[in-house]
Design a protein around this ligand. Structure first.
Ligand SMILES: Cc1cc2nc3c(=O)[nH]c(=O)nc-3n(C[C@H](O)[C@H](O)[C@H](O)COP(=O)(O)OP(=O)(O)OC[C@H]3O[C@@H](n4cnc5c(N)ncnc54)[C@H](O)[C@@H]3O)c2cc1C
Length: 302
């Protein structure tokens, strides 16, 4: 990352809201559930599956967390009514896990049961490293009760191979559903790979390790080289189609994943929405190699 890119990253929090909202536009479906469902329907018509994500994190109180639960339940119900192949995905701190682990368990438990009745799965997302232990413990508790819940794991963390080893044992004939990601949070060098190549190598090794235990892997990436290496492994080892899919982000390298879909690979698009779009959009912009240019253009147009 060049010095100008780094400088621009540092100024992201200072960018006025209307300019930031414009920049966020490519990464989010909008601010309402209706907009997100509309985007999922469009994608469905084009042959893509979906993930629905209400933006937000670090919720501080029970009533706010219960409001989040209600919105997610409504989202799952609407997905079923519209006949979409989509599931909901929730950050633990959006259910207040950092303050009250039992409350987070209760809310996930309620949502997962609701999704099961609708014939849907759902997923517990992974946030930054101070939350990793609690998220893994929460997932283990939830997975003991429900087989329609999955987890996100981050290849950049040194601990991840051991965490894969320690995943719960699924019921006979079942599997654990893992979305493998590189990890969006900038973690310290003492606990995580910080250079691209070791993160990539770890990602590939960890996907292979998950398959060798019979688990399902949602390969969540826009890294074409890494995807090609994994596709070659899938072909060589005859990994069954039921054990993998691609998951990608709205607004990120769309031509790449539209190409995957044309090759008859399952591609599931992550569709985030909601008024709390700022933190998510800043994380995405930070990763955009054209961010500096986009910020400059947006400021100029304003
Ligand atoms: C469906 C999905 C869910 C995710 N959930 C989580 C989660 O729960 N927890 C978590 O920590 N992380 C999550 N992530 C984010 C993930 O950890 C990575 O930060 C993100 O996917 C970028 O990594 P990459 O594998 O695409 O590789 P990169 O090396 O970052 O990118 C590959 C290519 O895509 C381009 N690119 C990447 N991002 C952008 C962007 N924003 N704009 C334009 N170009 C870009 C890069 O320039 C590069 O050419 C999720 C990602 C996906 C796809």
């Amino acid at each position: 990352m060049g010095i100008f890119h780094q400088l621009a990253v540092a100024t992201l929090p200072l960018i006025p809201r209307p300019v930031m909202r414009k920049l966020a536009g490519r990464y989010i479906a909008g601010e309402t559930l209706e907009e997100a469902l509309g985007r999922l329907q469009q994608l469905h018509a084009e042959g893509f599956s979906g993930v629905l994500d209400l933006l937000g994190e670090d919720v501080q109180g029970e009533s706010e967390a219960r409001t989040v639960l209600a919105e997610y339940k409504l989202g799952a119900t609407k997905i079923a009514e519209l006949g979409l192949d989509a599931y909901v995905s929730v950050k633990p701190t959006h259910f207040c896990m950092q303050k009250d682990g039992d409350l987070a368990f209760e809310l996930y438990d309620d949502l997962i049961s609701h999704c099961a009745k609708l014939g849907q799965r759902m997923r517990v997302e992974m946030e930054d490293h101070p939350t990793t232990d609690d998220t893994l413990a929460l997932f283990t508790r939830l997975r003991a009760k429900h087989n329609n819940v999955g987890l996100v794991m981050q290849s950049r963390l040194f601990r991840n191979p051991a965490d894969i080893e320690a995943l719960p044992t699924p019921e006979p004939g079942g599997h654990i559903d893992i979305r493998m990601v590189k990890g969006i949070y900038l973690e310290p060098a003492e606990i995580a790979h910080t250079r691209p190549d070791p993160i990539r190598k770890a990602f590939i090794e960890q996907c292979i390790s998950l398959w060798s235990s019979g688990h399902f892997v949602a390969i969540a990436t826009h890294d074409d080289g890494m995807a090609q290496t994994l596709l070659a492994h899938i072909a060589r080892e005859n990994i069954p189609r039921e054990l993998y899919e691609f998951e990608v982000l709205l607004g990120v390298r769309e031509s790449l994943w539209r190409g995957w879909s044309k090759k008859d690979l399952t591609v599931r698009v992550y569709v985030p929405y909601g008024p709390e779009w700022r933190a998510y959009s800043q994380r995405r912009l930070r990763k955009n190699p054209e961010m500096l240019r986009n910020v400059a253009l947006a400021m100029f147009r304003k």
